[in-house]
Design a protein around this ligand. Structure first.
Ligand SMILES: [Zn+2]
Length: 607
C-alpha cells in the first residue's frame, strides 16, 4: 500500500468518519442487536447479509465475503484508489489532505487525465455561470427568468444555477485562459466546433442547470433558452463522466434526507426536483430525460425501500410511471405512485397550490403499486364491452396474485368484486390457482426469515470447518479484541497456526501490537496488505462469541491448535520414514507405517 499521505492524517480521517454513517449513505441499514444490517451493495441479494459494526468500525458481507474498514468500503463502492478514497473521506469530515503531485498510475492514464480535465473545466464553468447569473448584468436575463418561475436566491445558490451569455466566444476565451485545450472541451460538450473552422461557445443565452454526479461534482449541463432560442433545452452529450442511464439528478444532495425520511420521491424533471426542494421536500431525485433504468432502480433500492413515483399527470407521464413502477417493483421497492388530478406536472402544481398541498394531497395520497396498476390497466380496455371487461379483470387478478400480504390481497379482491358485481369466492379461487401456478401458495414473511437464515447459514458454515480451523478463527477473534490474549498466544505458539492465512494475520497482529497500538479491528485491517486478508479479518471480527475469555480457555485453544500441528508434523515424519523404508526395500515396514498414517489421518478427520 503506497501512501504518501502521512499515517497520522489517514488515521485522523478514518477516525472522524464513522463507518455506520459512511456506509449508511449508500446502504439502508437497520440496527439489530449490536450490529447494523442491510442489502449488500457488492452482490445482488434480496435478504440482507451485509453487516456493519459500529464498535469495531468494520463491515462484512456473509453472502459474498467482502469486508474491511471504512476506507476499504469507499474504495470498493466508488471504484477508486486508496488515495482517492482518503480524499473522499477527507471531504466528508472537512479535513485537508496535502496535495501530492505526479506519478500515481491513474494520473498517467490518458483517459483518466481527460476525465479529470473535464471535471475541472465543469467545476470552473459552474462557478463562472453562477456568478454571472447572480451578480452581473450579463446574467440578468437568466436571473429574471428564474425569479419569474418563483425560485429564491437560496435555491438558485443551492443548485448553483447559472447563465451562459449569448456570445460566440465568451466561454471559449475563459477556458483558453485557464489553459484548457479546446478539442477536449468539444468532447465534453462545453464548446462546439463551428462550420467556419473555429471553436466557439456551445451554451449561449441559456440558463444553466449543472448536473452533478453522486459525489457532488458537476459532470454535465442542461441549458434552457430564455429568449426563445432553439432548441428549448440543450444538454451535454454523454461522456465517460455523464452516463444518463446510471446517474440520478440531485442524488448527492438528497442522499442524507432520503435516509432520514426513509423514502425517496422520483421525479421526471430537474425543475420538479428544484421546486420541491424549495418547498422543503428535499428527498427528491430525477432521471435525466430518459426512462428509469434497472441500474438506477437498483441504486435506489440500496438506499431505501419506499419510492414515490411522481411523474407528470398526462398520458405520457402515466405510461412512464407504469414503466418506472414495474422496474422498481422488480428490484424489491415498495412503490407508491402519486397522482395529480388536473393534468399538471409537479413543478406547476407546487407553484399553483404550494408545497403543503403538494405534500398532503399528492405525496401522502400516493396510491399503492397495485392500486395504480388496477387503474392504469383500464386504459387498454373498453370496460363497457363484456369481452374487454373480462380480460381486464384477468389482468387485475394477475397483479393481485403477486401481492404477498393476504390482508392486502383481500382488500383489492373485495374492491374488485364490489365494482364489477362478482362473487368474492370465485375471485379468491382464481387467486389461489394463480399463486399455485407461480409457486407462491405458501405465505412467507421475508421480514422475519432473513435474520434466521443468516444465522443458520453462518452456523452451518462454521460447523463444516474442522475443529482446529474453528479454534484458530476464534482465538484470532479474541486476539483482535484483546492485546493481552495476543501476547499470551505469541509467547506460547508464536506464528505456529495451521492455516497459512492465519499465520499471516497473526504475524501482522503481533507487529501491530508491538508498535503500541491498542486493540481495534478497524484500524488493524489497515495494516494488512491485501483485500482478501482484510475480508477474512473482518469476517473473524464479526464472529458472535462470548465477550470474555478465561486463561484456561486460551490454553484450550492453544492446545487444540498445537495438537493438530504436532499430528500434522508426525504424519509428515512418518511419511518420510515410509519413503526411507521403501528405498531400503523393506516392504513390510513400509506397509506398517502406511497403516499408521491412515489410522492417524482418520482420527484427524474425525476431530
Ligand atoms: Zn455481499
Amino acid at each position: 500500500m503506497s501512501n504518501r499521505i502521512p499515517e497520522s492524517v489517514i488515521e485522523e480521517i478514518r477516525n472522524s468518519n464513522d463507518i455506520v454513517d459512511v456506509v449508511g449513505e449508500y446502504v439502508q441499514l437497520t440496527k439489530k442487536s449490536r450490529n447494523y444490517f442491510g442489502l449488500c451493495p457488492f452482490h445482488n441479494e434480496k435478504t440482507p447479509s451485509f453487516s456493519v459494526s459500529s464498535d469495531k468500525q468494520i463491515f462484512h458481507c456473509f453472502g459474498c465475503g467482502k469486508g474491511g474498514n471504512v476506507l476499504t468500503f469507499i474504495r470498493e463502492i466508488e471504484g477508486v484508489s486508496f488515495q482517492e478514497a482518503i480524499r473522499i473521506l477527507a471531504d466528508k469530515s472537512g479535513h485537508q489532505v496535502p496535495d501530492q503531485e505526479n506519478s500515481d498510475r491513474e494520473e498517467t492514464d490518458p483517459k483518466h487525465q481527460e476525465n479529470q480535465t473535464l471535471l475541472e473545466a465543469h467545476g470552473w464553468l459552474t462557478k463562472l455561470y453562477h456568478h454571472l447569473l447572480r451578480h452581473t448584468k450579463e446574467g440578468k436575463d437568466g436571473y429574471e427568468h428564474l425569479v419569474e418561475r418563483g425560485l429564491t436566491d437560496e435555491v438558485i445558490d443551492a443548485f448553483q444555477l447559472g447563465f451562459a451569455p449569448n456570445s460566440k466566444e465568451f466561454t471559449m476565451k475563459f477556458l483558453e485562459n485557464k489553459g484548457f485545450h479546446p478539442q477536449t472541451m468539444v468532447k465534453g460538450g462545453l464548446l462546439s466546433y463551428r462550420e467556419d473552422g473555429h471553436y466557439g461557445d456551445r451554451f449561449r443565452g441559456r440558463v444553466i442547470f449543472p448536473i452533478r454526479n453522486h459525489q457532488g461534482k458537476t459532470v454535465a449541463f442542461s441549458g434552457r433558452s430564455v429568449n426563445g432560442g432553439d432548441p428549448k433545452y440543450l444538454n451535454s452529450p454523454e461522456t465517460d463522466l455523464f452516463q444518463k442511464g446510471k446517474l440520478l439528478y440531485n442524488f448527492d444532495l438528497a442522499r442524507a434526507e432520503i435516509r432520514k425520511q426513509n423514502e425517496v420521491v422520483l421525479f421526471e424533471g430537474q425543475m420538479d426536483v428544484i421546486s420541491a426542494y424549495q418547498g422543503g421536500i428535499k428527498h427528491g431525485i430525477a432521471t435525466l430525460g430518459t426512462a428509469l433504468t434497472e441500474p438506477q432502480a437498483k441504486l435506489i433500492r440500496r438506499y431505501v425501500e419506499r419510492v414515490i413515483v411522481c411523474y407528470d399527470a398526462d398520458r405520457a407521464g402515466q405510461d412512464a410511471s407504469y414503466k418506472a413502477a414495474t422496474i422498481l417493483k422488480k428490484v424489491g421497492c415498495d412503490v407508491r405512485v402519486a397522482q395529480m388530478k388536473d393534468g399538471s406536472d409537479p413543478d406547476d402544481y407546487i407553484r399553483s397550490y404550494g408545497s403543503e398541498s403538494f405534500r398532503k394531497h399528492v405525496l401522502e395520497a400516493a396510491v399503492t403499486y397495485t392500486g395504480f396498476m388496477i387503474n392504469h390497466l383500464k386504459q387498454g380496455f373498453n370496460l363497457n364491452n363484456e369481452g374487454d371487461r373480462i380480460q381486464y379483470i384477468e389482468r387485475v387478478l394477475d397483479e393481485i396474485s403477486k401481492i404477498s400480504k393476504p390482508l392486502e390481497r383481500d382488500h383489492y379482491l373485495r374492491e374488485l368484486a364490489g365494482e364489477y358485481d362478482l362473487s368474492l369466492e370465485v375471485l379468491e379461487q382464481e387467486i389461489i390457482n394463480r399463486r399455485k401456478k407461480q409457486g407462491l401458495d405458501k405465505d412467507k414473511n421475508p421480514e422475519t426469515s432473513y435474520t434466521n437464515n443468516y444465522k443458520e447459514t453462518s452456523r452451518k458454515k462454521q460447523k463444516l470447518l474442522p475443529a482446529f480451523h474453528n479454534a484458530e478463527r476464534q482465538l484470532i477473534y479474541y486476539m483482535l479484541h484483546d492485546a493481552s490474549v495476543s501476547y499470551k498466544v505469541q509467547e506460547h505458539i508464536g506464528g505456529a497456526f495451521n492455516l497459512n492465512e492465519h499465520q499471516v494475520i497473526v504475524t501482522y497482529l503481533y507487529a501491530y501490537y508491538e508498535e503500541g497500538y491498542e486493540a481495534n479491528p478497524g484500524q488493524f485491517i489497515e495494516q494488512l496488505p491485501d483485500a482478501s486478508l482484510q475480508s477474512l479479518v473482518s469476517e473473524i471480527a464479526m464472529l458472535k462469541l462470548q465477550p470474555d475469555l478465561s486463561d484456561a480457555e486460551v490454553n484450550d485453544y492453544i492446545r487444540v491448535i498445537s495438537n493438530k500441528r504436532s499430528e500434522q508434523e508426525s504424519i509428515s515424519s512418518l511419511e518420510l520414514e515410509q519413503k526411507e523404508a521403501e528405498r531400503q526395500n523393506d516392504p513390510v515396514k513400509a506397509a506398517q507405517i502406511a497403516m499408521r498414517i491412515i489410522e492417524m489421518k482418520k482420527q484427524l478427520r474425525s476431530q
